[in-house]
Design a protein around this ligand. Structure first.
Ligand SMILES: Cc1ncc(COP(=O)(O)O)c(C=O)c1O
Length: 379
């Protein structure tokens, strides 16, 4: 990518890197004989969906009416939908847009399953269960933390109500296949007796199969073994991050450098809280392409600050070979998943544009954001 050609600020998806991930995921689904669908909550850049379609990915998992519509309108297939709640206002439309609909609780199933069937006779209904085991250490991302509202625990699910055809669990986050093995063991222990009664099992997301050192062969073996044990089950995985993992960048620019008690901060034309919220929430320190791999105060070292007024809109520190100058490009790596889908227009700061770096033709600007985008979210 030639960053000088790219307007700042801008998220840029690298088409070649996305295709590389798609080839790997395609290989896994074929060899393991499972369905792997994209979780829109992690990546919903619909201008890139033709690339997914070309690799045979048409199906997505939705967590709301809007995502279910996007699945039908832009990916080209009915959604596998799971949402913590459905409401009187959205259940009929969601059901009409979904091939699979998973309920988070028995009370939601009782309240809405008949209406879902009436809206879409072909729909297959499921329940989300909570395996009460997860290796995820950050509670914000741990659906199995004690007291979690997500999924029915085995204590409350001794038998399946009529009409339930599938089960769903989600207990991983940026995890390895060996973590999945532990979750599967716990799931089987708690819910194994119900498996003969269902047709499909959705193992949720968090399978980061495109990360370096992920044990892909073990994933395939694990899924095949499970399939051999329960040959009547259709297995489904719904990762989000794995599709868009390390497929692009956020290009930004240094607009000022300020100093307070010896603390230097380079302020950019992007914001951590508005444009890279996971950095603050997880938290994790993103990689800046021009920075040294480790902070080293023998080199010019800076906090990097965002352009919102939030006092905590900064991270740091990063060291650079040379002192930063106003106008320098700062390029954050791996900024495609859980960024565009989570951004806000807090403070009215300019939303980064969205672009694609095409394999053969280079940069293509897909979308710029303007004052009306900010205004139309308010009234
Ligand atoms: C129910 C469910 N499915 C799938 C996913 C996608 O997970 P990931 O993007 O980590 O693969 C999530 C993420 O929170 C989720 O809650």
């Amino acid at each position: 990518m030639n960053y000088a050609e790219i307007p700042s600020p801008c998220y840029v998806l690298d088409e070649g890197l996305l295709k590389k991930n798609l080839r790997l995921i395609d290989d896994v689904r074929k060899r393991a004989n499972v369905e792997i669908i994209l979780a829109f909550k992690g990546f919903a850049m619909w201008s890139a969906f033709p690339i997914l379609n070309a690799h045979g990915f048409r199906c997505a998992t939705a967590s709301s009416l809007s995502e279910a519509r996007l699945a039908v309108e832009e990916m080209g297939d009915f959604a596998h939908t799971y949402s913590p709640i459905y409401t009187d206002n959205d259940i009929d439309e969601i059901a009409a847009l979904s091939s699979h609909l998973t309920f988070n609780s028995l009370s939601q199933f009782e309240r809405f399953s008949k209406r879902a069937k009436a809206a879409n006779k072909a729909i297959s209904l499921g329940l989300r269960v909570n395996p009460e085991f997860s290796e995820v250490e950050t509670d914000l991302y741990n659906p199995c933390a004690k007291g979690s509202r997500l999924g029915i625990t085995s204590e409350h699910l001794k038998f399946l109500p009529d009409g339930v055809e599938g089960l769903h669990f989600h207990a991983l986050c940026e995890s390895d296949s060996h973590d999945l093995k532990k979750v599967l063991d716990n799931f089987e222990l708690r819910f194994g007796a119900l498996l003969p009664q269902i047709k499909w099992l959705n193992m949720g997301g968090g399978h980061l199969m495109t990360r370096k050192n992920y044990d892909v062969e073990y994933l395939i073996t694990l899924l095949k073994d499970f399939q051999n044990k329960y040959p009547h089950l259709k297995l489904i995985l719904e990762p989000g991050s794995a599709f868009a993992w390390e497929t692009g960048v956020l290009v930004s620019t240094v607009e000022d450098i300020v100093e307070n008690h010896g603390q230097k901060t380079a302020i950019l034309d992007v914001s951590f809280t508005a444009h890279m919220p996971d950095c603050l929430e997880m938290p994790y320190k993103p990689k800046i392409l021009s920075a040294l791999s480790e902070t080293n105060t023998d080199f010019p070292t800076y906090r990097i600050g965002g352009n919102s007024c939030l006092a905590g809109d900064f991270m740091g520190e990063w060291s650079f070979e040379k002192p930063l100058q106003i106008g320098d490009r700062i390029v954050f790596n791996d900024m495609i998943h859980y960024t565009m889908v989570k951004t806000t227009m807090f403070n009215g700061v300019k939303h980064p544009s969205i672009g694609i770096w095409r394999e053969h033709t280079g940069f293509e600007l897909v979308r710029e954001f303007v004052y009306e985008d900010y205004k139309n979210r308010l009234s």
